[in-house]
Design a protein around this ligand. Structure first.
Ligand SMILES: NC(=O)c1ccc[n+]([C@@H]2O[C@H](COP(=O)([O-])OP(=O)(O)OC[C@H]3O[C@@H](n4cnc5c(N)ncnc54)[C@H](OP(=O)(O)O)[C@@H]3O)[C@@H](O)[C@H]2O)c1
Length: 250
């Protein structure tokens, strides 16, 4: 008897990391539901995923900044596939820290899309998924959430808050057998970081990160640093004594 195809929902499906993950899922014959705001890009992605072998692909158009739409997108995603085995929340944005102090509306919007929205969506998905023993709620945070730094503390605070939220959600879902995976990438060559040089040994491809996400889901890991060496780097960064830390340009 063949196992039924895995049911995967991807929120923020047009993100470069999400696309790489969706392609792996398609090649494994999974059933997919994609949610994103860029409808034409999502339609192109859905067609590509079908060609790559997805058993089924449906799409939901949504701006994740609109909180009122979050319960509907969680409901629709679960209904589209008759339950979920994996939900991946991938959307986010990297704001210009220098602008944040003088533009409270932009700063609040960045905190919202990087913390409030994904946290609320994860909670809504948990309500739908807690009856599905063995399921995974995976959320992309960032190594930036591990310590507040002068260069990106709006983004870092949102991602750090999301890490703590996921820790609590993981605790809550433990008895239900639903795993909550906190994905902490380092530097990844995507549209988000296109303004940076994207060169050197610390930079990873979205495909490498997607492979690490897949393996962390299968192994039911709680926290994934991807690539692996960021766990060591962040251990050092967190341990740096404050007087030394303050002298760095990080
Ligand atoms: N790249 C890195 O170095 C890095 C490192 C650590 C963590 N991360 C995290 O990884 C995740 C994926 O980012 P990425 O690197 O793949 O960058 P990306 O390709 O720029 O993806 C970001 C995605 O978020 C979506 N998005 C932003 N605001 C949205 C909104 N209001 N409604 C709907 N969608 C919205 C964007 O949609 P559009 O396509 O419509 O713009 C885009 O698809 C993010 O959470 C990011 O913070 C990235």
């Amino acid at each position: 008897m063949t196992a039924s195809p895995r049911r995967v929902a991807i929120f923020g499906a047009t993100s470069d990391i999400a696309v790489a993950f969706a392609r792996r899922c398609a090649e494994a014959g999974n059933r997919l539901v994609l949610a994103a705001r860029d409808e034409p890009a999502m339609a192109r992605l859905a067609a590509d995923l079908k060609v790559r072998g997805a058993a089924e692909v449906s799409t939901l158009t949504i701006d994740f900044a609109d909180r009122a739409l979050l319960p509907g997108v969680a409901d629709d995603a679960v209904r589209a596939l008759g339950g979920l085995d994996v939900a991946l929340i991938a959307y986010g944005l990297l704001p210009d820290q220098a602008r944040m102090a003088s533009d409270p509306l932009a700063a609040a919007a960045a905190l919202d899309i990087n913390f409030t929205s994904p946290a609320l969506l994860a909670d809504l998905l948990a309500l739908k998924m807690e009856a599905s023993r063995g399921a995974t709620i995976a959320v992309i945070t960032s190594v930036a959430g591990d310590r507040g730094r002068q260069s990106n503390y709006n983004y870092g605070a949102a991602k750090g808050g999301l890490q703590v939220f996921l820790e609590g959600l993981r605790h809550r879902l433990y008895k239900a057998g639903v795993n909550v995976l906190d994905i902490r990438p380092g530097f990844v060559s995507t549209r988000m970081t296109a303004h940076l040089p994207q060169k050197g040994p610390l930079w990873a491809t979205p495909e490498k990160v997607a492979a690490d996400i897949e393996s962390a889901i299968v192994r039911r890991r709680a926290v994934l640093y991807t690539p692996w060496f960021w766990r060591i780097i962040l251990t050092i960064v967190r341990c740096l004594p404050r007087p030394l830390f303050h002298r760095t340009g990080m």
